[in-house]
Write a protein that binds this ligand. Structure first.
Ligand code: SF4
Length: 338
């Protein structure tokens, strides 16, 4: 690991001002925030990320960033809350089971204890070419260098939202649940506080896969807000190579409202198949006002994956992604509403 300066401000404004000085949106921005560090420190050890300054934000004395708040008819999660703390929060388990279920399936207990939720949504891809600097071709790590995964080992790569410049998978489990629940993100930067829809946080790779989010350089996520709403049937289903801690080959987060057998509303987030947390708008559109059964669920899955772009190793994700979605929808339908 390369030498770096370590700073641990206790004041939020000071931290943001410090990180805004020369930060940029590239993976190797010279100033990086450090929360739990579960992604960042790994990538520093691998020499993929080479920050000159780490701004440790875990000791910030901003109480709201450490708190889970259910008081305003919605759920406000401070970005420094750990995965474990939210997973064990009884009110969240009762009212937002999709969130806690996806957290449970998203990491080992040790990681849940360390990782903070603001960092969780910004976790980096597991693409092996990105994580190994001995490979010269990686547009995400070295812009303009090419993409070794296009014709390389791409079994774990994305089939939705890809470009000719990058097919790296967004590997997280919690973000598909957030996107299905219409979450928002509160961020603080040099220009002050702003809120953006969670669906607008991540950027498709396009021609600039090294710029992964719509955050302005130096902006810090301070909270994630999940609207309240009607009781829904909801679940998170994750298919992976082994049942213990492993990234998804395909996953689906479903929040469903029914009138009898007919879909009044449905929100679907997909994981394991796309370059960003994926809102399945086409499937949702196909299902609204339809009777939910195997045929309509299959038609919705077909619509969502119609534009999938596959490579030699990840062709299987089309059928797996569809099957995961169909099964999740039918299982959600069969649930009792609490
Ligand atoms: Fe790099 Fe993206 Fe290609 Fe992986 S898929 S090698 S992250 S450019």
């Amino acid at each position: 690991m390369r030498p770096f300066n370590y700073e641990a401000p206790t004041d939020l404004a000071t931290a943001v001002a410090r990180a805004s000085v020369s930060a940029n949106a590239h993976v190797n921005s010279p100033i990086q925030y450090k929360g739990g560090g579960t992604t960042l420190i790994d990538l520093m050890k691998l020499d993929v990320m080479r920050p000159e300054v780490l701004v440790d934000i875990t000791g910030l004395r901003d109480e709201a960033m450490h708190r889970i708040d259910h008081s305003a008819g919605e759920l406000r999660i401070g970005s420094l809350v750990s995965m474990a703390a939210l997973h064990e929060d009884e009110s969240t388990v009762r009212d937002y089971p999709l969130l806690t279920e996806s957290l449970w399936q998203g990491a080992s207990q040790q990681l849940r204890n360390m990782a903070r939720l603001g960092g969780n949504v910004l976790q980096r891809t597991r693409c092996s070419y990105f994580r190994d600097p001995s490979f010269e071709q990686c547009n995400k790590r070295v812009p303009g260098s090419g993409c070794a995964a296009l014709d390389g080992a791409n079994r774990g790569h994305a089939i939705l939202g890809t470009s000719e410049h990058c097919i790296a998978l967004y590997a997280g489990d919690w973000a598909p649940a957030l996107i299905a629940l219409d979450a928002r993100v509160e961020v603080l930067g040099r220009s002050g506080l702003r809120t953006l829809e969670f669906k607008d946080l991540h950027r498709l790779p396009g021609t600039t896969p090294h710029i992964e989010t719509n955050l302005v350089p130096g902006e810090l996520i301070t909270a994630i807000i999940v609207p309240g709403g009607p009781k829904r049937r909801s679940l998170y289903r994750k298919i992976r190579d082994r049942q213990s801690y492993q990234f998804a080959n395909a996953s689906a987060a479903v929040a469903l409202e029914l009138d009898g057998d007919v879909v009044r509303d449905v929100r679907i987030g997909l994981g394991g198949v796309a370059t960003i947390p994926w809102r399945a708008h086409k499937a949702e559109q196909a299902l609204r006002s339809q009777r939910l059964d195997e045929a309509s669920a299959t038609a919705a899955a077909d619509a969502e994956f119609m534009d999938a772009t596959t490579r030699k190793g990840n062709l299987y994700k089309v059928s797996l992604g569809k099957a995961t979605l169909v099964r999740s929808l039918l299982e959600a339908k069969a649930m009792e509403v609490a």
